[in-house]
Design a protein around this ligand. Structure first.
Ligand code: GAL
Length: 990
């Protein structure tokens, strides 16, 4: 027999949805410690728990708001606390699959159910009250003083009841089911986290109070006039003193105003006063339109520099404090992010109030996703089934009604990945009628019939370019009318650049295309934050828990970690790269300094421009740059403040920084920068040498007549270096004892190397073809007085392909120069099975150095890690870091810490001579206390242990990062060409 929690109805007994408001009505927060009892089925702790006479002294204490699966259960009667983290009763992570049978709207009898009780006091002078739950996952039934008020589904949406409270103590009882019919509408890619996880409030209601109000604040960019009308459900007066407005609700005032934008979030404070309530108004005037296929706000095209934001905290899940919301916004603003898609549900309402205040454009998404119906071939998809119509519309109504007064909200999204169905026409119709001022978005229906935007996720750069030009292929099976309409729509990239693990790459590439085409109105990176939970091993070692740390099927594994910030909000290198790609000011330092302002509306008068020239890491000269305010959309040039031509290796940096303290960053915060670099210092040239010519293919090298074949087993000294005569590897350089180099072709796969499922899974090709099982063979070691030539072959076990190489060493003053040539031989395909081409992730040299090294100093990109397709956010110059600081502690160990465009590198330590590497002209380097194989094998960062050596990679090239964990394969130009290659470096030790 189905219970209410298995009903396709959205709820019962609730008040009509309405705007979130701050008013003078007294609010009693019911947050705090509640009494709690968890039971295995929907029958809960027994039917009688709702009355005063029920004895709950044997229950646990449970904080509200929280998710019970993340909390410690503290028995009121004493005893040790228990926690469910890491168990199948605890938080479960799935991406698309439902963790319950696909049997909508029914759920299994096993249905963890939490009964909650709270006694609270109501002041004697309250006339009446409304009880509000801001969010309960997934279905709640509520009783007040033993009387049932009703029930509701829709986890990330508020619901309210009229509450017949009595003066003095009142008893609130709530039953929360983990699984319900609502579960089928909430299949977002995230953890399943039941509980009363947002605030519970009792709001005083006096006679004449305002149930609902709707602020309409339009801005006409041609006239500069704002038009304000506030509709209210009660007779009320609107006052905005700053604008001299005092008028009845429902009337319109037209006044000159400053518009609201994310750049300049101008809010006007006002009040809405009825006989029983004074509501605070925070009014932002703006107009959102689509004109000729271009998305515009206040008459100017708007391009979102956006991220998708889930609510996540590593300890409390989707229960977030205001401080955490502010932390998100501040981090975003500092990274030049100006827009948020609230994937995939309305966030806590306070977040949107903060977006109004700090300035972020927001796409609010309805709490709707039915992705898991894909496993039924979409046959029973709720949006396509009239039985669910009301429940789905209820979610949209609660979304729009709650957030309709937020100027930051500029688009309503009907939901995420819910297939197609008639429900969307209903959602669109209702939304447009209720709020004609904002466009609507739905990405998943290829007809785009119910959307004001053409939209996709994760297109390739080529496809995005085609879309920008309006030359994209038509979606299949779409009728002509829909197709003609779709071609005229602006394009919104709701998800791109999958930030899972080390990555994403190509951010600059996406933005070069985005900037070039007015049809493209920006994009939202997937996604803001890793969803990992703080956990500890049995030994107490902290780690970040992901989906694979829970024994439950189905599970989404590590896929919960795809953020630009780690779970604890530490920025990843990806965020550094994004800050550059999203910089709203571009500074190009060439023959002149070109400054362009791509902001939507603000000029540059809030910024101070300054320059500095650095030589060998020290500021040699600096100054300020006089720059007239550049209006939005304009650019100008100023003369170059310094001539670099006479200062090799010097770097000129021009920065635009906040001139004064702002709400989200202090004065001096750098918004944008540009650089010019001088030519490298000429490396010393080697003295005349009798070394053989280096142009012969490695595979064809034969011992030239003038060489003396070295006797096996002895050492060979060449200048400052000593080599092993059998292996040809270096043993000593000056006083430095080392080993290497080995030719290196491997890296520990990144999440993007693993691709998505079977798609673009280059890591499995590497594994199958032995790229991580390389063996080395030395074929010849020949030496002259001041040169040594070593040839050999490096190849994977079991396979016929490999690399033939030659390393040609020449004494070079106090150091030694090395020219390496590699030739790829054999098929380099994963024959005989798949016939896929194998591209190697790196071509380089691996050295084993004593563990005494602890610091690196280099000229190159820095200070963070860089890869060919993710480097523009890192400056060039001289940087210094410890070996430990060079590591990026990804919660799943993988390749990290590379530095491209390095001109020279110095390693130093307490008991080892300095090692210097000079590029001719440049190289990539990585230095770590473990090998790539250790990185590949470790499942958690704490499994990486110091090997007692420093493993130094000096690479010709390493492939880029891409974002193939969801998205296109790594573009060809960022791979390592499998071709004959020669490169040089010089090593010295002092
Ligand atoms: C999208 C989805 C997101 C997330 C992403 C991959 O399809 O909307 O929720 O799953 O893919 O990480």
């Amino acid at each position: 027999m189905a219970g209410y929690w298995e009903s396709t109805a959205p709820g019962r007994g609730r008040r009509a949805p309405r705007a979130e408001a701050v008013s003078d009505a007294r609010v009693l927060s019911l947050n705090g410690s509640w009494r709690f009892r968890l039971s295995p089925t929907a029958a809960g702790s027994g039917e009688e728990f709702v009355g005063e006479d029920f004895d709950d002294s044997g229950w646990d204490a449970m904080p509200v708001p929280s998710h019970w699966v993340l909390e410690e259960f503290t028995p009121l009667a004493g005893g040790p606390p228990r926690s469910m983290r890491g168990t199948a009763e605890g938080p479960l992570y799935t991406n698309t699959a439902y963790p319950i049978p696909l049997d909508a709207p029914r759920v299994s009898t096993e249905n963890p159910t939490g009964d909650y009780r709270l006694v609270f006091d109501v002041p004697a002078d309250w006339e009446s009250a409304v009880l509000r739950f801001q969010g309960v996952d997934s279905c709640a039934k509520v009783w007040l003083n033993g009387v049932e008020l009703g029930w509701s589904m829709g986890s990330r949406l508020p619901f309210e009841f009229d509450a017949a409270v009595v003066p003095g103590p009142n008893l609130l009882a709530v039953r929360v089911h983990r699984w319900s019919a609502g579960t089928y509408l909430e299949d977002q890619d995230m953890w399943w986290l039941p509980g009363i996880f947002r605030d519970v409030e009792l709001i005083e209601r006096r006679a004449g109070a305002i149930d609902d109000h709707f602020v309409h604040a339009d801005f006409d960019a041609r006239t500069g006039m704002g038009a304000l009308r506030v509709d209210a459900t009660a007779e009320a007066i609107v006052e905005v003193p700053e604008l001299g407005i005092r008028m009845p609700a429902g009337e319109t005032a037209r006044v000159p105003v400053e518009p609201w934008s994310a750049d300049a979030p101008r809010l006007y404070s006002g009040t809405l006063t009825s006989a029983g309530e004074v509501v605070q108004l925070a009014i932002g005037f703006r107009r959102v339109e689509i004109r000729d296929g271009v998305f515009e706000v206040n008459g100017r095209p708007l391009t979102f520099r956006g991220v998708n934001r889930h609510e996540h905290h590593p300890d409390t899940g989707r229960t977030l404090s205001r401080a955490t919301m502010i932390e998100d916004i501040v981090l975003m603003k500092r990274a030049n992010i100006d827009a948020v898609r609230t994937s995939h549900y309305p966030p806590h309402p306070e977040f949107l109030r903060l977006c109004d205040e700090y300035g972020l454009w927001v796409v609010v998404e309805c709490d709707l996703e039915t992705h898991g119906f894909i496993y039924d071939g979409w046959a029973t998809n709720p949006p396509d089934d009239p039985a669910w119509r009301e429940a789905i519309l209820d979610r949209m109504r609660r979304t729009v009604e709650r957030d309709k007064n937020r100027p930051s909200v500029v688009i309503w999204s009907l939901g995420n990945e819910s297939g197609t169905g008639e429900a969307f026409a209903g959602l669109e119709r209702w939304t447009r009628e209720r709020d004609p001022s904002r466009p609507v978005l739905y990405e998943r229906d290829p007809s785009y019939r119910n959307s004001d935007f053409y939209s996709l996720m994760y297109p390739s750069l080529e496809l995005l370019e085609h879309i920008g030009r309006g030359e994209e292929p038509a979606p299949e099976g779409i009728d002509e009318t829909d197709e003609a309409r779709r071609r005229g729509l602006p394009f919104l990239l709701i998800e791109y650049a999958h930030a899972m693990g080390n990555g994403p790459g190509s951010l600059q590439d996406y933005w070069a295309i985005m900037d070039a085409h007015p049809r493209l109105c920006g994009g939202f990176v997937w996604e803001w934050i890793d969803h990992g939970f703080s956990a500890r091993t049995a030994e107490g070692v902290p780690f970040i828990m992901h989906g694979d740390d829970v024994e439950y099927e189905p599970r989404g594994g590590r896929f919960s970690l795809h953020g630009l910030v780690f779970s604890d909000r530490t920025p990843t290198p990806g965020l550094v790269e994004l800050a550059k790609a999203y910089a709203p000011i571009s500074i190009r330092v060439g023959a002149e300094v070109e400054i362009a302002n791509a902001r939507h509306s603000a000029d540059t008068s809030d910024l101070a421009f300054r320059w500095a020239v650095e030589i060998d890491g020290r500021v040699a000269e600096s100054g300020t740059l006089a720059v007239e305010p550049v209006p939005a959309g304009a650019s100008l040039t100023v003369p170059l403040p310094f001539d670099l031509s006479a200062s090799p290796d010097a770097v000129l940096t021009v920065e635009a920084a906040l001139a004064a303290d702002g709400s989200w960053a202090p004065a001096g915060h750098v918004v944008a920068w540009g650089q010019a670099v001088a030519e490298p210092v000429r490396a010393s040239t080697s003295p005349a040498s009798t070394a053989p010519a280096s142009t012969a293919p490695a595979s064809a090298v034969s011992a030239p007549g003038e060489t003396a074949r070295a006797p096996a087993g002895t050492d060979i000294a060449i200048g400052a270096a000593v080599f092993d005569a059998t292996t040809g590897r270096m043993r000593r350089l000056g006083a430095l004892e080392l080993d290497g180099p080995w030719l290196d072709l491997h890296r520990a796969p990144t999440e993007n190397d693993h691709g998505q499922g079977d798609l673009n899974d280059i890591a499995s090709v590497w594994r199958k073809t032995g790229a991580d099982r390389l063996r080395h063979r030395t074929d010849s070691v020949d030496a002259g007085a001041d040169w040594l030539r070593v040839t050999g072959r490096t190849a994977p076990t079991s396979h016929p392909h490999g690399v033939e190489w030659q390393m040609l060493w020449r004494a070079d003053g106090d150091g030694i120069a090395l020219e390496t040539t590699v030739d790829f031989v054999g098929p380099w395909r994963d024959t005989p099975y798949m016939h896929r081409d194998i591209w190697v992730p790196r071509v380089g040299l691996l050295f084993s150095l004593p563990g005494g090294y602890d610091a690196a100093r280099w000229w190159g990109r820095g200070p963070g890690e860089t890869y060919v397709d993710s480097c523009e956010g890192s400056r060039r110059g001289v940087f210094a870091r410890t070996i430990e600081e060079l590591q990026v502690d990804y919660p799943v160990p993988q390749e990290n810490g590379n530095h491209i465009e390095t001109r020279w590198l110095e390693l130093s330590g307490s008991w080892v001579p300095n090692l210097r590497v000079d590029g001719r002209p440049e190289f990539d380097f990585t230095a770590r206390r473990w090998t790539s194989f250790d990185l590949q094998r470790a499942a958690k960062p704490h499994e990486l242990v110091d090997t007692g050596r420093v493993w130094l990679n000096i690479d010709h090239r390493q492939q880029g990062l891409g974002s193939a964990s969801v998205g296109p394969a790594l573009p060809e130009r960022y791979r390592v060409p499998r071709e004959r290659t020669t490169w040089s470096v010089r090593l010295s030790s002092v």
